[in-house]
Design a protein around this ligand. Structure first.
Ligand code: FES
Ligand SMILES: [Fe+2]
Length: 420
């Protein structure tokens, strides 16, 4: 998408007025202003993205001391590393001298990070090891100039970061899914593949799209053949109830189907969303595969195929859809006003061998094609909402209920921060 025009009359006052006006239209899609305004985008980064818990990566990406990778969000870069004691941590990739990035390579193994500008040297845990000739400055202490830390929480092998030092607790919300997520033993799982889709659209369009399955029947033919989420709840109630009745026994995980909802406005703390529900696959489908047959060995503690899949949210922008034999993680990260990184990560059981126990192409086919289909419709959505003649219409009361919850939380947040 081409860069959008800048509204030179835009201001925080206008933002506050637009938020109030939009709050008076609950149930309606939001005005083009929210996708176009640079004031909005800047406020979203500061007040939402940098204060939310975000999936950063899996522990298997940095198994050894000195391993690190970069997580890029907005215009920022965060280093996630494992130190000499085996501990993982996250920090800003910004030199404490005059701000150069201290690391360019997206991943690797290092003994230190050396700033390319004036050569300050940081240990792998972010502490400052050496600042050339700075002893000339009275009172200079390297203790005061380590790379700035970023909050990090590890849960069942999944690493989450939050740029806000005062962020709400995330451990509590995550622990609510100890049983349901624990079934897959993600701490010992293997990343089979990951793909990044650079979608030319505002992050909210990507998220609103993920949160509703109204478009599934029209846009995702393969997905819709397999997953009952594409239908209204009352139409697939018997299939879901039958799956819930057998889930504990077939999977061998008591409580695997227990649902809870603490997303957006329902979350226990800002940006600490968490939900889980288990929904049924249509008869004949054991997993998310074209022919319904398994794609990989059963994961973790799973003992069988119950005809269900676990739907999870962890933080406002990260999700998982977990089948008995593989798990699919979805993450959305804003990279610009009309640019979003949509990343998918496929997990299999830790000891599964590619080419022997699973075929990577088959494993990733459904969600790769679903992501391409989403990209196709989101780009068109972006072109339409950026038109001067766009007038938002009503959300579907059931299918788009989660998109509405997100928008309500989003507007409430902007309202709270835009008041004088
Ligand atoms: S900016 Fe890094 S050493 Fe000067
Ligand atoms: Fe979709």
């Amino acid at each position: 998408m081409k860069p959008i025009a800048t509204d030179v009359t835009d201001s925080t006052t206008r933002m506050a007025e637009m938020v109030t006006a939009q709050m008076d239209k609950p149930g309606f899609a939001i005005d083009a202003y929210f996708y176009r305004s640079h004031v909005i985008y800047q406020t979203e980064l500061e007040q939402i993205v940098f204060k939310s818990w975000l999936y950063a990566g899996h522990v298997s990406q940095i198994p050894d001391s000195g391993d690190y990778f970069l997580f890029e969000l907005g215009e920022d870069s965060i280093i996630v590393s494992r130190d000499d004691k085996g501990k993982v941590q996250a920090m800003h990739n910004i030199c404490r001298h005059r701000g150069a990035r201290v690391c360019e390579d997206m991943s690797g193994n290092r003994g230190s990070f050396v700033c390319p500008y004036h050569g300050w040297v940081y240990n792998i845990d972010g502490s400052l090891r050496a600042a050339r000739d700075m002893e000339m400055l009275e009172d200079f202490s390297s203790d005061n100039y380590g790379l700035k830390p970023v909050r990090l929480e590890v849960f069942q092998g999944l690493m989450f970061i939050n740029c806000d030092p005062d962020a709400a607790d995330f451990r509590g919300p995550l622990e609510k899914m100890t049983v349901q997520l624990g079934a897959y033993d993600l701490a010992n799982a293997k990343v089979a593949d990951s793909k990044l889709y650079a979608v030319e659209a505002n992050w909210k369009l990507c998220l609103e799209n993920y949160l509703e399955c109204y478009h599934c029947a029209t846009s995702h033919r393969s997905y819709a053949r397999i997953h009952t989420l594409k239908a209204l709840a009352h139409k697939v109630k018997p299939i879901n109830e039958a799956m819930w009745a057998r889930a504990d026994e077939v999977t061998g995980v008591p409580g695997i189907a227990d649902a809870f909802y603490a997303y957006y406005g329902l979350a226990s703390g800002f940006g600490a969303c968490a939900y889980h529900s288990r929904y049924a696959l249509y008869e004949g489908y054991l997993t998310g595969s074209e022919d319904g047959k398994p794609l990989a060995p059963l994961m973790g503690n799973m003992q069988g195929y119950d005809g269900g899949a676990g739907d999870f949210q962890m933080g406002p922008l990260s999700f998982m859809l977990n089948y008995p034999d593989h798990c699919v993680l979805y993450r959305f990260i804003p990279r610009g006003i009309t640019q979003t990184d949509m990343e998918i990560v496929w997990f299999v059981n830790g000891d599964a061998e590619e080419g022997v126990d699973y075929d990577k192409g088959k494993l990733t086919r459904l969600w790769h094609s679903t992501a391409r289909e989403d990209e196709f419709i989101i780009r068109r959505n972006s072109a339409g909402v950026n038109s001067h003649f766009f007038e938002p219409g009503p959300y579907h009361p059931e299918f788009e209920q989660m998109s509405m919850s997100f928008i309500k939380w989003y507007l409430d947040t902007l309202h709270r921060v835009s008041r004088p």
